[in-house]
Write a protein that binds this ligand. Sequence first.
Ligand code: FAD
Length: 392
Amino acid sequence: MALKFRGFDLVEFDTLLSEDEQLVRSTARQFVEDNLLPIIEICNREGRFPRELVAPLGELGFFGPTLEGYGCAGMSNVEYGLIMQELERGDSGLRSFCSVQSSLVMYPIYTFGSEEQKTRWLEPMARGTKLGCFGLTEPDAGSNPGAMRTRAASTADGYVLNGEKMWITSGSIADVAVVWAKSDEHGGKVRGFLVETDRPGFRAEDVHGKWSLRASVTSSLSLSDVKIPKENLLPRTEGLKSALMCLNQARYGIAWGVLGAAMACYDTALQYAQFRKQFRDQPIAGHQLVQEKLVWMASEISKAQLLALQVGRLKDQGKAQHFHISLAKRNNVWMALECARMARDILGANGIADEYPVFRHLANLESVKTYEGTHDIHTLILGAAITGIDAF
Ligand SMILES: Cc1cc2nc3c(=O)[nH]c(=O)nc-3n(C[C@H](O)[C@H](O)[C@H](O)COP(=O)(O)OP(=O)(O)OC[C@H]3O[C@@H](n4cnc5c(N)ncnc54)[C@H](O)[C@@H]3O)c2cc1C
């Protein structure tokens, strides 16, 4: 049974949003209602990325929305967060695609790129006519990307790249990959390179058999003597910290995005509990143990909303630090995953079927807990920030 989302606001959260912010949210919400929800369960079953939504998302200005110029919308970080929330209420896969396009590809080109690189890539990426991917993780370098083996060797007129990247979102549909590699020209330091995916020696192969993020493309990349010209180096990248700056942008979006998944699970569970009757012809919402779960979900979503908004306001004031973002990513993903598990429980047997969105969100959130710094890695980031002692 299709249940219509009724919104979520227990603490007059909307009074903290401007009219523009509410407008951006309702535009994204309507887009998801009209375009994503009618097809998402089929996409998820088929393991298909809904590529037909890329151009309309571009028309709405949802790619690189916080960037200025180059056809980008110049929105605030809070507006960006609200878009992520609404997209992930539909599906974490589409939100992941937008996070990668915006925060992991357009952001580094905008921040570390030459004027020529910006002019060439940003406008078509904002429209969605060019797609990007971000290659940091390797088969043997996940939480510790500093252990990467990918190398860029300098030649007379450019670089030759060799290496393997793993678990790369949008890898096989990208026109350009932001590849992080140790560069011999820069004393073995990590630098970012733009690699057009049609260059000889570049191969992307999709990961099959995923139980999570099935409506998102995940690929391995293989770079075998891939030649790129000098001007493909992202000139302002400086070591691994530049890659981490990109991750911070994406992690911020995730902290908002998962609120959407949690709201979808909560609202589904609440509506279900109000009509499903067991014992004395009573709705299960009338049982204390079910109420306890619904109250936990509503309380945690409310707190997580306020946390995301505060980090967004700090970001808009240029005051957000990396540990603020770790705090929000870690807490909000954990909270959303717990909500999905509780909602699944409340739905009983129906909780495992894709007639309802809950199990799909639950499975998706398992990936979201792992990528962009696992839950435990964010614990260590916060631990280091609080104690001053690095425990990695
Ligand atoms: C669907 C999906 C999409 C992804 N998209 C991208 C992408 O677009 N680009 C990209 O570059 N990467 C991407 N990733 C990769 C992702 O960022 C990595 O999976 C993540 O960084 C974790 O690395 P790992 O899987 O190798 O796990 P590992 O690093 O092997 O970690 C395994 C476990 O060990 C724990 N652990 C590791 N080190 C420590 C420590 N010091 N202390 C305590 N615990 C520790 C971790 O917390 C985790 O629980 C994606 C992953 C998934 C699942």
